[in-house]
Design a protein around this ligand. Structure first.
Ligand code: NAD
Length: 472
């Protein structure tokens, strides 16, 4: 195990990494000393993080380009600017969120005052994936710091440039309260052996199970932001041009490597042919005749994932658009596969890449049945101009989140809690939901002593008749 703890002052290349237990002990001492509790401290850290994101934006863009070939707009909109917006929203509301919340006190407990106090949890662990390596480490960190916690951040080793950048940046932020441990499975396994006060994991459902099992040993609560296959239902009453643009934007942004990307489309047979034609034309509008030459199209993270994705092609269904690939360039063309068999890998495994299956069904009922026959997805999209159809899909399916007539964009609304359900995860964050995730809601009854009704004390005599009246 060779964890690279970067919490201390920027280490010289040959410096020995600080062992994980020592990192934790240092952070725990900070937390126990109460240094992270004052709102002023929390605000200061968020402002400093904001400054880092603003002043060193070019550095972040370069790391994201090196890892994923992220176009500048996607790097800004999905990572840098996204976290800045989350910080701004948090700074605007933090004092209100952190205020003790008064609740009513029943007569039997009067005279008294009841409040819910949000207290920080302690030292939390944040484990990130590679697809949004900045947003999905710094975003949860914003919530953890806002709630007054210390945090260990473990970025994904797969996005190695951004992992190094996160380690560099955070080593300057608050060295006794925030630490970064870089590495892969052995380093994460070593971290998971430790006792944390909360674990916030973003990644695959499979590794989510590993995390939850490790957390159970210490009774550590977990937030699991997992993956899955997010369906996109296209009804017959629909503006096909708008639908095509919004589906393709959500699917091919970051070359399909987005947890809430529409994984597959289910289209009403009455509009299937026209939808595929619109999708084809819109792809050309987006990326030109040769998407490989487009500056607006990202690359696959590594060769392993490239091979996995190419392996999914050629398993049935007709490739109607794209299909070209180049492993050396980590390029897969935006690809549409029409009507693959429902038991093909494309329709049973999370795709997480630029391949869009379009499945034709006879109507909403069949679409809903198909969705409900599978694990609950992280997101579900429905395109329809018919209010009844929109409501039917929302009422009869379950998903972490949903958009009507759009894809992906719900996650940019900070007041909408973002998280999964069932196999796509548990718990949520963004905005107030993130602050709540990293806070304990302590219930406090504060009683006055000027009156002490004796009914509850022995000897009870026939007090029960009064107790009945009081309690109801
Ligand atoms: P992953 O589960 O392979 O890795 C996530 C993290 O876990 C990484 O930091 C990795 O180092 C660590 N890890 C990997 N294997 C481990 C093991 N055996 N034991 C302990 N730690 C281990 O996920 P990924 O490939 O980085 O990301 C892709 C997945 O993440 C997709 O399924 C995607 O849908 C999901 N995802 C979900 C969200 C969300 O918000 N719900 C966001 C992005 C990605």
């Amino acid at each position: 195990m060779t964890p690279t703890a970067t919490a201390a002052a920027p280490a010289a290349p040959a410096a020995r990494p600080e062992p994980v237990p020592a990192v934790l002990e240092r952070l725990r001492a900070t937390f126990r000393a109460g240094r992270t509790r004052p709102l002023a401290w929390r605000v200061e850290q968020l402002q400093r993080l904001r400054t880092l994101l603003r002043e060193r934006e070019a550095e972040a863009m370069a790391a994201l380009r090196a890892d994923l070939g992220k176009p500048a707009l996607e790097a800004y909109g999905g990572e840098i600017g996204f976290v800045v917006a989350e910080i701004d929203h948090t700074l605007a509301h933090l004092h209100a969120w952190a205020r003790p919340e008064k609740v009513s006190t029943p007569l039997a407990n009067q005279p008294a005052c009841s409040t819910i106090i949000r207290e920080p949890l302690g030292v939390v662990l944040i484990i990130g994936p590679w697809n949004y390596p900045l947003q999905l480490t710094l975003g949860p960190l914003v919530a953890a710091l806002a709630a007054g916690n210390c945090a260990v951040v473990k970025p994904s080793e797969v996005a190695s440039h951004t992992s190094a950048l996160v380690a560099r940046w955070l080593s300057d932020l608050a060295p006794d309260a925030v630490a970064v441990v870089e590495g892969g499975v052995p380093e994460t396994t070593a971290l998971l052996e430790q006792r944390f006060d909360h674990i916030f994991f973003t990644g695959s459902t499979q590794v989510g199970r590993v995390v939850m099992q490790a957390a159970a040993k210490h009774l550590t609560p977990v937030t699991l932001e997992l993956g899955g296959k997010s369906p996109c239902i296209v009804d017959q009453k629909v503006d096909l041009s708008v639908a095509a643009r919004r589906i393709l934007w959500g699917k091919f942004w970051n070359a399909g490597q987005t947890c809430v990307a529409p994984d597959y489309v289910i289209v009403h047979e009455a509009v299937a042919g026209r939808l595929v034609e619109r999708l084809r034309a819109t792809l050309t509008e987006f990326y030109g005749p040769d998407p490989k030459a487009s500056p607006d199209y990202a690359r696959i993270i590594n060769e392993r994932h490239h091979r996995r994705l190419v392996g999914m092609l050629g398993q049935g269904g007709q490739v109607v658009v794209g299909g070209e690939h180049d492993e050396a360039a980590r390029y897969i063309a935006p690809t549409i596969v029409q009507d693959p068999p429902l038991d093909a890998a494309l329709m049973t495994e999370e795709i997480f890449g630029p391949i869009l299956p379009v499945v034709t069904l006879r109507g909403l009922r069949e679409a809903i049945e198909l969705v409900n026959s599978r694990p609950k997805p992280l997101a579900l999209y429905v395109f329809s101009s018919d209010r009844a159809a929109q409501e039917q899909v929302l009422a009869e399916t379950s998903s972490g989140g949903a958009c009507v007539n759009d894809t992906v964009a719900h996650l940019s609304v900070p007041d909408l809690p973002f998280g999964g359900v069932g196999d796509s995860g548990m718990g949520a964050y963004h905005g107030r939901a993130g602050f709540e995730t990293f806070s304990h809601r302590k219930s406090v009854l504060n009683k006055s002593t000027w009156m002490d009704v004796k009914l509850r004390y022995p000897p009870y005599g026939d007090n029960i008749k009064w107790v009945r009246r009081l309690i109801g």
